[in-house]
Design a protein around this ligand. Structure first.
Ligand code: NAP
Length: 435
């Protein structure tokens, strides 16, 4: 019997779990340790998926099955780079797979970006999702207008969360502290602004149509900005998806002004050039654009949108871990199809950037599991026991999967009627729930 290949997967989001699944399916002896910075598993499924998209989170049932496989062990509350280095993991394990995602906001690089009232999507989404890094953000939503920069699915999630009624959020896992701030806000107008045209918008049609079905909020689209058709689209699939979005936007435009107290305005062909105000945001100045060769180009014509809240939702970037080659422009690890260095691999957003849906991470995991199978006939490094010893010598309080289930039981027990859970938000609360 060959010795088990020892694999450390760093990160317990979709990319990490799909890699573990693919390794288990190799049919070879493997010992997989999933190392997670937070006490809680599941990465963006817990901390990124919108609180009102409960069904999307059901995928964690599959991840739980993987975590409970006898070959898999979960080491929560262990930060690679702080508690243990990548180099140390490489000494202990045959293979180390980075599945750490891209948790930081890309910056706009314009004046005023650091004013009070500007929150990048990673921070804002983290706040309303009870992410330990951001639960203490306390955004000031005592504003009438907000500008969301970008027209992707994250932008549309944020816009929707800002305007839904309490009744529409009943079954969500929106934390009570965020519900109080959002639902107590006098906000009436959200402006989502895309730097290119409607056919270049990145949101998907289900999410767009949702904006037309809200109880208290009307979508506002100016038909003048909408083309009649989708042209120059080489892929038939993309053409169909874009045509669906365009048809939905036209349907919104034809509705005219609905009598609802809130509005989400879809604006295109404008990029932000300055966020203005005193210490606090007072508005965003935009330059109108045209699209040339797929890129937005300024036209020299400007306009402003007064607002007290700006939420740039323009994508994410990762961070360089010591010993991992990093592309600082793209904000991702440098790899060749997932191979970073001998015995070191990358999957998911830290490999390819923040794109695709949850299932897009599955082929990534399959590919890297294939690399590992090709690179190792059998295992040679000790893995788990030595990691556990090292962490205990450093007094790191590791959270096991059984501990996580205790946290989960507390969260489920705290759920109000109709909701699945009320998440604990701080590390202290999460660890206390285990005790
Ligand atoms: P995204 O889809 O890449 O959208 C980013 C948006 O920001 C685009 O409209 C982009 O415009 C714009 N942008 C980028 N840089 C900009 C700048 N400097 N100035 C102005 N605008 C700028 O990213 P995302 O919304 O963060 O989503 C990340 C991934 O998660 C996507 O694959 C998304 O589909 C997925 N996701 C899915 C769901 C869901 O399925 N419900 C929910 C959330 C997220 P350009 O196109 O011109 O670059």
């Amino acid at each position: 019997m060959p010795k088990a290949i020892t694999v450390a997967i760093v990160g317990s989001g979709p990319a990490g779990f799909y890699t573990a699944e693919a390794l288990l399916r190799l049919g070879r002896p493997v010992e997989i340790d999933i190392i997670e910075r937070l006490p809680t598993p599941y990465g963006l499924i817990r901390g990124g998926v919108a609180p009102d998209h409960e069904k999307t989170k059901n995928v964690t049932r599959k991840y739980e099955e993987i975590a409970l496989d006898p070959s898999v062990r979960y080491f929560g509350n262990v930060e690679v780079g702080r508690d243990v280095s990548v180099a140390e993991l490489s000494d202990l394990y045959d293979a180390v797979v980075l599945a750490v995602g891209t948790p930081f906001d890309r910056r706009l690089g314009i004046p005023g970006e650091d004013k009070k009232g500007v929150h990048g999507a990673a921070a804002f989404v983290g706040w309303y999702n009870a992410h330990p890094d951001f639960h203490a953000l306390v955004p000031d939503l005592n504003v009438r207008a907000a500008v969301v920069i970008g027209v992707g699915n994250v932008a549309i999630d944020i816009a929707r969360l800002l305007v839904k009624t309490p009744a529409e959020m009943v079954s969500s896992d929106l934390p009570d502290y965020a519900a109080r701030v959002i639902q107590g806000s006098p906000l009436t107008d959200v402006y989502m602004v895309g730097r290119r045209g409607p056919n270049d918008a990145k949101f998907t049609n289900v999410e767009l149509r949702e904006m037309g079905e809200l109880e208290n909020c009307a979508p506002v689209v100016d038909g003048v900005q909408l083309p009649q058709t989708v042209e120059d689209e080489p892929s038939e699939r993309d053409r169909r998806l874009k045509a669906k979005n365009l048809a939905t936007l036209w349907e919104f435009a034809r509705r005219g002004r609905e009598k609802k107290p809130k509005r989400v305005h879809f604006l295109f062909y404008a990029f932000p050039v300055e966020i203005f105000g005193g210490a606090c945001v007072e508005g965003v100045r935009f330059e109108r654009t045209k699209v040339e060769g797929g890129r937005s180009v300024g036209t020299g014509e400007y306009f402003s949108i007064p607002c007290g809240l700006v939420l740039p939702s323009i994508g994410y970037r990762g961070i360089a871990l010591a010993g991992v080659p990093f592309d600082d422009v793209a904000g991702i690890a440098i790899s060749n199809e997932g191979r970073v260095a001998p015995g070191l691999y990358a999957v998911g957003w830290i490999r390819r950037g923040p794109s695709g849906v949850i299932a897009t991470n599955r082929p990534d995991g399959v590919k890297v599991a294939g690399h590992i199978a090709a690179d190792f006939a059998e295992g040679a490094k000790p893995g788990r026991t030595q990691l556990a010893g090292l962490l205990s010598s450093r007094r790191v309080r590791t959270v096991t999967f059984a501990d996580w289930k205790k946290i989960e039981a507390v969260e489920i027990g705290a759920a109000p009627p109709g909701a699945q859970r009320r998440k604990l938000a701080s590390i202290e609360q999460l660890l206390a729930a285990i005790d």
